[in-house]
Design a protein around this ligand. Structure first.
Ligand code: ARG
Length: 270
């Protein structure tokens, strides 16, 4: 099956990995004793930003702060739909100070920021489908935060339980292709959540554990182009078979922190 797909230009918020490092371990990917090549990380990140701009997307950035090595993972700092900014309350104490800097960016850009009472990690666990929010829980974002998000945003929030610690954020196990379809790795979810996803998206593109371990689900789609880890070759081929255009961008240095393309990218939906 091959269909032609339509792209919609996006507005992205990112944070340069000037102070990126793996200094603590808050997910199974992180090994603080293993070195990170910071120069290579910066080059890889610049390639991602160039790829976004070359495909017509707008990219804005938050100034990185020394001592906050995970701040590069902009996706985790907020969830924005219809100009409403649902801020984050990080699970790990090491990441909590990031919120202040992102909130300040949003306030300067003219947005009010909602400060949640429960642990919630922005687009890491809250995924906008075009009609409702898919919301992960199990490792980071709490059920209570799902309720807060629904109340604040006025959009339905559908909770999904993550069960594999390697896929601790929803955006490591699932991404939205366009207004009609998603791509996900079923085994990352509880049996009930798998059933929910099957009912909502009977024609979803399904990924394997290898695709997921290669950060293939941590992708960004603009409706046509899918910015995806080159390590997830098999998934990229499957997506091409569905009419999407894979754009490989290698963020291997960030995989050492448990992050990839989507983690480095927050979408601002005004
Ligand atoms: N080291 C970061 C953490 O564990 C990685 C965050 C990845 N971001 C994401 N959206 N999945 O919090």
């Amino acid at each position: 099956m091959s269909e032609s797909r339509a792209q919609r230009p996006r507005r992205f918020l990112v944070c340069e990995p000037r102070h990126f490092a793996v200094q603590y371990a808050i997910n199974p990917w992180m090994q603080p004793d293993k070195p990170v090549d910071v120069d290579l990380a910066r080059e890889q990140w610049q390639t991602l930003i160039r790829a976004y701009r070359d495909h017509g997307h707008t990219v804005e950035s938050v100034e990185p702060v020394p001592g906050l090595p995970d701040m590069v993972f902009a996706a985790n700092a907020a969830f924005v739909v219809g100009g409403r900014v649902f801020g984050s309350l990080f699970h790990a104490p090491e990441r909590r100070p990031e919120s202040l800097h992102y909130d300040t960016w949003f306030k300067t850009a003219g947005y009010d920021v909602y400060r949640p009472e429960s642990v919630t990690e922005g687009e890491g666990d809250l995924v906008w489908t075009g009609r409702y929010v898919l919301a992960g829980t199990g490792f980071r974002t709490t059920r209570e935060a799902h309720r807060e998000a629904q109340e604040f945003l006025g959009h339905p929030v559908i909770g999904l339980t993550l069960v594999d610690p390697y896929f601790y954020h929803l955006d490591t196990a699932l991404f939205v292709l366009d207004d009609d379809n998603i791509c996900y790795y079923p085994e990352a979810f509880s049996a009930g959540s798998r059933e929910v996803l099957r009912r909502l998206y009977p024609d979803a593109v399904l990924a394997t554990r290898d695709d997921a371990m290669a950060f293939g689900l941590n992708s960004v789609s603009d409706g046509q182009n899918v910015f995806i880890a080159p390590q997830a070759e098999a998934l990229a081929e499957r997506l091409a078979g569905h009419g999407y255009a894979p754009v490989p961008v290698d963020l291997s240095e960030f995989h050492k922190a448990g992050g990839g393309i989507k983690c480095c990218t927050q979408e601002i939906r005004s």
